[in-house]
Design a protein around this ligand. Structure first.
Ligand code: XBP
Ligand code: MG
Length: 242
């Protein structure tokens, strides 16, 4: 019976550590109104737009697809408008997190504590902005939240978003670990593809925005981490190496 050599759990943020995307959606719509745009994304539209990782990339994709008339503005002005919209959106999202409107998903903190007690490193690999990670985890884990994580890769360190594996490849380098010693926990097809492209085994926890995604290649697809303990993950992880 092979034993698990699991040395690090690498968590995605949005949709995995917390149910964030409803708050991101509300923040985008708040930013559109604040900036005088008559745009409004409903849940169905946002579910599709989530196929584009990265808030700025998502805005640019929507702008090009839905408002070709606005193509006339030159590239710098377009980028400046997207930067401004994203700043407004990020401020609105942070305010929502601070009001307690974003919940950590079930089982996440328990699993993190179990892993730490077993000497397994925790890490974060996300396409969201660093301010969003800090806002969320400061509320959930306290002001010294950062000390729980050996490494963080986010939108500020990895410009190329999931499904590109850049966040995960840079994470393996940060941890100085082989992919075979790690397990990624994700919620989306983009996240799964990014982790798998870095040869990292991946457990999926679905949510209302991603349950319909193709999770081919996942080690397991779970509704959430409630009741999932470290030894169960280690057993699944060991089977890969069997
Ligand atoms: C999900 C994303 C992010 C968020 C919005 O990231 O794609 O873009 O939707 O956050 P994760 P930003 O990899 O954690 O699932 O506006 O900061 O990008
Ligand atoms: Mg995610």
């Amino acid at each position: 019976m092979s034993t698990s050599n699991l040395q690090a759990l690498i968590f995605d943020v949005d949709g995995t550590i917390a149910d964030t995307e409803h708050a991101h959606l509300a923040a985008f719509n708040h930013a559109f109104a604040e900036d005088g745009l008559d745009w409004f994304w409903d849940e169905a539209q946002y579910t599709q737009l989530l196929e584009i990782s990265g808030g700025k990339e998502r805005l640019l994709h929507y702008w090009r697809a839905q408002h070709p008339d606005m193509q006339a503005i030159e590239a710098n002005a377009l980028n400046d408008r997207i930067e401004r919209l994203h700043l407004l959106k990020t401020a609105a999202y942070e305010a929502a997190v601070q009001r307690g409107e974003v919940l950590i998903r079930p089982g996440v903190l328990n699993l993190m504590h179990e892993a730490q007690a077993a000497g397994i490193q925790l890490a974060i690999a996300t396409t969201t902005s660093p301010v969003n990670i800090a806002a969320l985890l400061r509320v959930a884990m306290g002001d010294d939240w950062r000390w729980n994580f050996s490494a963080i890769q986010d939108a500020s360190t990895a410009a190329i978003k999931k499904p590109h594996p850049q966040v995960y490849l840079q994470m393996l380098n940060d941890l100085n670990l082989d992919a075979s010693a790690c397990l990624a926990i994700e919620d989306s097809s983009n996240g799964l593809r990014a982790a798998r492209a870095a040869h990292i085994a991946t457990v999926i926890t679905t949510n209302s925005f991603t349950a319909h995604h193709d999770f081919t290649g996942a080690l397991a697809v779970l509704p959430d981490l409630a009741g999932v303990n470290l030894s169960q993950l280690q057993t699944m992880h060991a089977l890969i190496g069997a």
